[in-house]
Ligand binder design. Structure first.
Ligand SMILES: [Zn+2]
Ligand SMILES: [Zn+2]
Ligand SMILES: [Zn+2]
Length: 748
């Protein structure tokens, strides 16, 4: 097992998740075991290893995990994609909870409840089968839920419908209105697998009978007085079908009602896949849905939950104005094309102030796709707080990822940074390259090393370097080039690469090492090599990508407030003047410094022997000739050796960006939420109006709608982060397998 590239999985099984006051997840009882999880481990491999460790049978268990940056959010661990999510966002460990499938886990207001399954209603059952662990994102965020239902203008589904064991109990059972009755009827036909027809179908009176000739099954319902309430009058719940009819009978599918059946599931599990919907309908009701039908149901259910996507754009002008009113200093701006929405930029005053006052001037930028009917991209900019926690600065929604969009977005970003000089880390998207160098200066643009390595990897593959071993060697040599801090070390590393394969060395020279190799990058980047942080942001907003733009903005706000509270709260866990992550790095250097001989010179200068060469540490200027101290802001092992020798306080020498007062400053701002009692709605005439009849400006949805065809929900991710590298067993080349091999083999 390659320990370098694995994380420690802390497994919990057999006990219970109990709510804790600070909303963290606490696990009581049962057994806890540890296991190493390699970066490339597949989900299946993981399940079998974990079950082996715990000595359980994998049947009947579901897996969940929490991440360090939000330990209160229990995430599902169901497939390779989840596996990748967990691995790429865990620094060195992950907590994994193994739960019995019969239990339902709910997070209500941040409090986790585990309860035994008690409900046998059809809707709920399908619910449990797909989402035995429902981690409700919105329930954490009571406020935005309020917004959603207002936006959607649908009442929350009456709970008695979803909880009663039978949709229709018998005569006397009443329903709020005819539509609810029809829904219950539909659910009933699904469960009973029969078809029905309406003999009479009005809001006042409904008469339904079975489609099979001569079958006595029937139900009638009448309205109560002048109300909309419908009460069941006659209910004969007996079918009389002959065997061949019974055998071939199938409930009919009705789009809108079908959507209602899965609505509860979508509410709890927005990522409920159409594929899974098909499967569940087949196993539960014996109904075969096409993929397209399932997809349509899902879209309809989403519309009911989140409101019409186009209405969401209409309310955007009001929302932007409110954001600024409620938190002065916030930048919430949008641009339009002929009255159609085009681009959105939001930076809360809390973020702007926090970043300007206390964050290191390094920003990771990234984009991810949105999945609503209008698609588009979500742009994000993220910084680090004093203990390397994620600190979102701004985000944007744009229609594409072209130069125009990036330029517009980054101009807004530059506007909020005032004159602060920052280093921008990003991938090498052409539009980003152009706009960043234009606005922030080409010398301030650092390329994400992980992305560089991916490009390098495909180059290696294309040039048919044989075998996995060779590839790993090439990566190692590239790492040495990238992480060399001194010019001399860079030259040596390049020489080694050239000796290994001169084409690879040439590739490095042609791929602007001045933007990613440590020794070549002129500006201080605090040892930040990748955009992993920005990708944590994407993972953090994974579900919200399915929301409408309005709900995306609202939930982001709620989640951000939650995150800020968490980070502020965790200051209490700081044992010293610096946070735990910084402490860990410092400790590592102190341990390494243990045996290094130190020779004091004059004026705070020390000569330290690092077992190969002598380096010069200057305690007054806080530098070391190894350059690690000035690059990272944390004393290197040589500096630690000198500080030890002088019996000085090592914390004194850590950059103040990492210290407690800075963290307090970052989170010192005010952040108010938006009350929604005076929120306007989209009126029947299509105007945006509030309760007093005041009109508000509105926006039309973006011009471009999603192109036809099956929508892509799974983000196409880079080779490094998601796909396992495959090697052909026939020709040993990476990127294809034996079955698809087209390479000629040398004659024997
Ligand atoms: Zn019948
Ligand atoms: Zn040093
Ligand atoms: Zn091959």
């Amino acid at each position: 097992m390659d320990l370098e590239n694995s994380i420690y999985g802390y497994l919990h099984e057999g006990g219970e998740i109990v709510p804790k006051e600070d909303k963290q997840i606490q696990y009581k009882g049962g057994q806890q075991k540890g296991m190493y999880i390699g970066q490339r481990m597949s989900y299946a491999e993981f399940v079998s290893k974990a079950c082996e460790r715990l000595d359980i049978n994998s049947n009947g268990y579901t897996f969940h995990y929490t991440l360090e940056f939000d330990p209160s959010a229990l995430q599902q661990l169901d497939d390779d994609e989840d596996m990748h999510m967990m691995l790429s966002h865990s620094y060195d460990y992950a907590r994994i909870y193994v739960l019995k499938r019969t239990r339902r886990v709910e997070v209500e207001g941040g409090i986790v409840n585990v309860q035994n399954d008690y409900c046998h209603n059809s809707t709920e059952e399908i619910h449990n089968s797909v989402a035995s662990c429902q981690v409700n994102n919105e329930s954490n965020l009571g406020l935005s839920q309020g917004f959603m239902s207002r936006c959607a203008e649908t009442e929350v589904i009456p709970h008695d419908l979803s909880l009663c064991p039978q949709p229709i109990i018998g005569s006397g059972h009443s329903f709020p209105n005819a539509d609810e009755f029809r829904n219950a009827l539909y659910t009933m036909s699904l469960v009973g697998r029969f078809q029905y027809k309406f003999k009479k179908n009005s809001p006042k009176r409904i008469y339904v009978c079975c489609l099979v000739d001569g079958c006595p099954w029937r139900i009638t319902a009448n309205s109560v007085g002048t109300t909309k309430i419908l009460k069941v009058n006659i209910f004969i719940d007996v079918h009389n079908h002959c065997a061949n009819v019974e055998c071939s009978s199938q409930p009919s599918m009705r789009g809108r009602r079908g959507a209602r059946v899965i609505e509860q599931v979508i509410r709890a599990t927005p990522q409920y896949l159409p594929r899974q919907i098909c499967k569940d309908f087949r196993s539960r009701y014996g109904v075969s849905l096409s993929y397209k039908q399932a997809w349509t149901y899902k879209e309809m259910a989403k519309e009911r939950i989140y409101g019409l996507p186009e209405n969401s754009y209409m309310l955007l002008p009001w929302l932007c104005q409110r954001l600024v009113d409620i938190n002065p200093g916030t930048i919430a701006e949008y641009s339009t094309q002929d009255g159609h929405f085009w681009q959105l930029f939001i930076a809360h005053s809390f973020s702007i102030q926090g970043f300007l006052m206390g964050c290191r001037p390094v920003i990771a930028i990234d984009s991810t796709h949105l999945s609503g009917p209008y698609r588009g991209s979500l742009f994000s900019t993220t910084a680090y707080d004093a203990d390397d926690g994620m600190f979102p600065i701004a985000f944007g929604v744009v229609s594409s990822e072209n130069y125009e969009d990036w330029l517009w977005f980054l101009q807004k970003l530059k506007g909020i940074l005032q004159d602060k000089e920052v280093v921008i880390i990003s991938d090498r998207h052409q539009a980003i390259l152009r706009s960043v160098s234009q606005l922030f200066g080409v010398e301030n643009h650092a390329y994400c090393y992980r992305h560089v390595k991916e490009n390098f990897s495909s180059y290696v593959t294309k040039h048919s370097m044989k075998g996995k071993k060779c590839k790993m060697d090439a990566f190692l040599l590239l790492d040495n080039v990238a992480y060399a801090r001194l010019d001399d070390d860079y030259v040596v590393a390049m020489e080694k690469l050239k000796t290994y394969n001169s084409d690879l060395a040439k590739w490095v020279e042609e791929n602007s090492p001045q933007h990613w190799a440590m020794s070549k990058f002129a500006k201080k980047r605090w040892d930040k090599m990748t955009t992993n942080l920005a990708e944590s942001f994407n993972a953090w907003l994974k579900e919200e990508r399915h929301y409408t733009i309005f709900n995306l903005v609202m939930t982001h706000m709620d989640k951000f407030a939650h995150l800020a509270c968490d980070h502020m709260g965790s200051i209490e866990n700081w044992k010293a003047a610096i946070g735990p992550k910084t402490e860990e790095k410092l400790l590592e250097n102190i341990i390494k410094s243990g045996s290094l001989p130190v020779y004091p010179y004059v004026g705070g200068v020390f000569k330290v022997f690092n077992m190969k060469v002598y380096v010069d540490v200057n305690l007054r200027e806080r530098t070391c000739t190894c350059k690690a101290w000035q690059m990272a802001g944390i004393p290197c092992e040589h500096a630690c050796a000198a500080i030890r020798q002088m019996k000085q306080d090592v914390y004194e020498y850590v950059d103040s960006y990492f210290k407690l007062p800075m963290q307090e400053l970052i989170y010192s701002g005010h952040f108010n939420s938006i009350p929604n009692h005076n929120m306007p709605i989209v009126d029947v005439d299509g105007c945006v109006r509030d309760a007093q009849g005041r009109l508000y400006p509105s926006l039309k949805p973006p011009c471009s709608k999603r192109p036809p065809g099956r929508p892509r929900h799974r983000r196409i991710e880079s080779q490094f982060s998601s796909k396992r590298l495959i090697f052909c067993s026939r020709c040993q080349v990476a990127g294809h397998n034996r079955a698809s091999c087209k390479n000629p083999l040398p004659a024997p």
